[in-house]
Design a protein around this ligand. Structure first.
Ligand code: CAA
Length: 256
């Protein structure tokens, strides 16, 4: 297996494990990622997912270029749709995901990080969408998620030049949430624990509402917010949270 899924207390860890090819995404690995994400969705007790790449050189160097040669157009389109649909599963997980980018995150690797809810990077991380240098453009969501995250001008520059983005720049332009020194896995667990104590369904409503912001006109987005915030209000966790405030104690959320 080139994808490992482990479970540490309330955190699941999905690790790409093909360091000899810088964790490049073969179609087989993409399918394994999809299966692992389906498994995480059903794991009891998991409150966040960490996504990492094995080895100290790369998070993931993108689609497996050796598999991309001499394909029929229809197969190429199906391949893009496979990558897109696997990464879209991250949006639909009941818990948030955190990409831990420890080295190269190029092409499909950057797109995997972009599909996660949050991104942490080591100081040595390097991002890029170098497809243009291969005569290609990103196909696993990069042209859609990158501008939503950092704006159209910056996204187009990165896509059209194929240039590398250092961890520092990535943090400055909002491509990553934080650059962290030291053990990235530990930092990822600490970062995840800054929200895992809250209500899982309520966090999911927050993620849904924010995800819609980029897709909807303001009036429709505000309507979605009103609906989702009302749904949050109807949870037992909201009742517990407000009661705990009045009673001057910490709330005990039960994901209900
Ligand atoms: N696909 C297949 N194999 C890859 C790979 C990839 N994307 N990236 C690296 N590898 C393999 C190399 O072929 C090499 O294998 P061999 O030892 O068998 O030759 C091994 O991983 C180590 O790589 P390098 O020797 O190249 O390592 P380096 O340190 O010199 O360079 C790198 C690192 C700059 C990341 C370089 O490997 C590189 O440029 N990789 C390709 C990055 C890329 O173009 N990604 C985009 C792919 S297309 C895509 O992702 C489309 C999409 O939108 C989905």
């Amino acid at each position: 297996m080139s994808v490992e899924l482990t479970h540490e207390n309330d955190l699941a860890v999905l690790s790409l494990n093909r360091p000899e090819a810088l964790n490049a995404l073969s179609f087989a690995i993409l399918r394994e990622i999809g299966e692992a994400l389906d498994a995480v969705a059903g794991m009891p007790g998991v409150r966040a997912l960490l996504v990492t790449g094995a080895g100290d050189k790369a998070f993931c160097a993108g689609a497996d270029i050796k598999e991309l040669r001499e394909r029929r157009l229809i197969d190429q389109k199906r391949g893009a749709e496979l990558g897109q649909s696997v990464f879209a599963k991250l949006d639909r997980l009941p818990m948030a995901s955190v990409a831990l980018v420890n080295g190269y995150a190029f092409g499909g690797g950057a797109e995997l990080a972009l599909a996660c809810t949050f991104r942490l990077a080591s100081p040595a991380a390097i991002f890029g969408l170098p497809e243009i240098k291969l005569g290609l453009i990103p196909g696993y969501g990069g042209t859609q998620r990158l501008p939503r995250l950092i704006g159209e001008g910056r996204a187009l520059e990165i896509i059209m030049t194929g240039r590398a983005v250092t961890a520092d720049e990535a943090e400055r332009i909002g491509l990553v949430n934080k650059v962290v020194e030291g053990d990235l896995r530990e930092a990822g667990a600490k970062f995840a624990r800054s929200f895992t104590r809250y209500s899982l369904p309520v966090m999911e409503f927050a993620r849904r509402a924010v995800q819609r912001a980029a897709d909807l006109p303001l009036a429709a987005g505000l309507e979605t917010e009103a609906e989702l915030s009302t749904l949050a209000y109807r949870t037992e966790d909201a009742e517990e949270g407000m009661r705990a405030f009045e009673e001057k104690r910490k709330p005990e959320f039960r994901d209900g």
